[in-house]
Design a protein around this ligand. Sequence first.
Ligand SMILES: [Zn+2]
Length: 66
Amino acid sequence: MNEKCYCCNENAISREHIPPKCLFLTTRPSNMITIPSCQKHNFAKSKDDEYFIRIRGRFFDTLQRI
Ligand SMILES: [Zn+2]
């Protein structure tokens, strides 16, 4: 892979889905946009995605109790 990371200028090792695949509960579009990422930012983005999913869940749980 000769692409550069979307966040820094390191060599990319994978491609990230935008928006993250984890935001789709069941089916997702087959033509999702991807961007190149290095190992560091691939891992960092995965942690951010996981955090967002957890916060989103708590937000909707709170709304249902109101
Ligand atoms: Zn990077």
